[in-house]
Design a protein around this ligand. Structure first.
Ligand code: URA
Length: 208
């Protein structure tokens, strides 16, 4: 367990609400990612959403916009949610890590995977979001979120779509990250990946 003093824990307000959490997280320096990220990208959505979707970390466009899942992966997520019959406006969408971690490649900023120290430093924000929203269903998008929230041994390839016992929500599950659908090698593979992603989300819709 990380020392709480080395995490965001001391910054979490005593009586958290989503606006209070967002304000407090805006000044978070619990890990070094604030130095290279443009801003904290806090979660957004309904305060009493029945479903919480958790990704890895904001991407390049999210970092600039200050909002989660608004770039290419977000657009694919919107489409998949729509096909599964889940209204994003009635959900809460957030990330395990709330600053964009990137490496320069020429003029581009390339996504870099957050490490366990960064995930642990940021975790109090996610725990506070879970405590305020109290979703009926927690959906981890991709391996980073699944392993951070459902256990380090969790294998999305094997366990996607399964319900997992978790103290975090009455129902907890994981599926692929929408960016993995975008990375499929060709159109046919992409169609198949999208259909499987939508199927996983349909199972979530059935629980709402
Ligand atoms: N990928 C994520 O995991 N989260 C975002 O907000 C955007 C892309």
């Amino acid at each position: 367990m990380p020392d709480p003093a080395e995490t965001a824990a001391p910054l979490v307000p005593e009586r958290p609400t989503l606006p209070r959490l967002r304000d407090a997280a805006a000044g978070c320096r619990a890990c070094p990612l604030w130095e290279t990220g443009t801003q904290t990208v806090f979660g957004e959505g309904l305060a009493k959403a029945a479903v919480m979707l958790v990704g890895e970390q904001p991407g390049d466009q999210e970092d600039v916009a200050g909002r989660p899942f608004v770039g290419p992966a977000g657009k694919l997520l919107d489409r998949a949610l729509d096909e599964a019959g889940i209204d994003r406006k009635l959900a809460y969408v957030t990330n395990v890590v709330k600053h964009f971690k990137w490496e320069p490649r020429g003029k581009r900023r390339i996504h870099a995977k957050p490490n366990w120290a960064e995930i642990a430093a940021c975790r109090p924000w996610l725990e506070a979001e879970l405590a305020v929203v109290q979703p009926r269903v927690l959906v981890c998008l991709g391996a980073t979120a699944a392993q951070a929230l459902l256990g380090r041994q969790f294998k999305v390839t094997r366990q996607r779509g399964e319900l997992v016992d978790s103290p975090l929500a009455p129902y907890a599950t994981a599926t692929v990250h929408p960016s993995s659908v975008l990375r499929a090698p060709d159109d046919e593979a992409r169609r198949g990946e999208l259909a499987a992603f939508v199927d996983d989300l349909r199972r979530v819709a059935a629980l709402l």
